[in-house]
Design a protein around this ligand. Structure first.
Ligand code: IPE
Ligand code: IPE
Ligand code: MG
Length: 267
């Protein structure tokens, strides 16, 4: 079946959209936004110029995701390792960029009905950044379109550590550790992403074939799409190309036949 074209898409986006199957859109797309430094290096610019340009790619991609009705998008903006291993000047530039981005983007979040949230140990960030993040969450809390989650000071392993701690604390509150009920569902409920749909599509830009500690638990059966495109060159058009590739994949979830994920998660 052909999809009716949503309003606001560019000519090229509309053309790509028209070839997609509206019944098989991913419900949750996550992106490892990599390659800002290389983008800048190729232009003989400092790394921070790549991060600055990366913001335009975020804007264009988020806008497109929201227009085509994707329910959830999670963007890896900053890892726990980035926090520890990058020069202080680059880290503080990224902190400032995040603060400015959230403010500048607010009108576009509202226009596109986007709800913003954050995952990761972002309570360890400078207080003025946290304040802006709290503000963005509050401002967009009643938007009902795309749930846009930024992973900031995020690590997949630290998320699992935090989930285990949270389970133990919950059991203690509810009558003691003999009430600790450990199974996949209960662990899932304590992950940062407990309120988000199953992760269907994981995109990584700039060609690296690794997860870099991103959504380790959630990626169990996600389709992985790696593109050579560097993050600042990513866009709504590139997102639609990734979705087209996703729709060609045969997802078997360990079985022998292709299964539509809507039936597998409830099984
Ligand atoms: C991704 O781009 C952005 C962040 C990790 C914040 P990089 O800064 O990792 O760019 P490359 O990988 O060095 O090109
Ligand atoms: C992953 O990219 C983290 C983000 C995109 C925020 P990195 O550039 O930090 O990953 P590695 O170092 O190539 O694994
Ligand atoms: Mg990188």
């Amino acid at each position: 079946m052909r999809a009716s074209i949503p309003a606001g898409l560019s000519h090229k986006e509309a053309e790509l959209y028209s070839r997609l199957d509206p019944a098989r859109f991913p419900r949750h797309i996550a992106i490892i936004m990599d390659g800002n430094g290389r983008w800048a290096k190729r232009r003989h610019l400092p790394r921070i110029a790549g991060h600055r340009s990366g913001v335009f790619a975020v804007r264009n991609t988020v806008q497109c995701a929201s227009r085509i009705g994707i329910p959830a998008m999670t963007l890896y903006a900053f890892s726990v390792e980035n926090w520890l291993r990058r020069p202080k000047t680059e880290v503080s530039f990224l902190m400032g960029l995040l603060r400015r981005y959230l403010k500048i983007e607010m009108s576009s979040f509202h226009e596109n009905n986007v709800r913003v949230q954050f995952i990761g140990r972002w309570r360890e960030l400078p207080v003025e950044v946290q304040e802006r993040m709290d503000w963005a969450i509050e401002e967009t809390a009643n938007n009902t379109g795309l749930t846009l989650t930024f992973a900031i000071n995020y690590g997949g392993r630290s998320e699992i550590v935090d989930a285990v701690k949270s389970m133990i604390n919950a059991a203690r509150r509810n009558g003691g550790l003999n009430h600790l009920d450990i199974n996949e569902e209960s662990i899932d409920q304590h992950m940062y992403t407990s309120q988000l749909p199953e992760l269907d599509l994981l995109i990584r830009t700039s060609g690296e074939m690794r997860l870099s500690n991103f959504l380790l638990w959630q990626a169990a059966y996600s389709e992985i799409y790696v593109t050579e495109t560097l993050w600042p060159d990513f866009s709504g058009v590139k997102l639609l190309e990734a979705i087209a590739e996703f729709q060609k994949r045969e997802r078997r979830f360990g079985g022998i036949e292709s299964i539509h994920p809507a039936t597998v998660h409830s099984a």
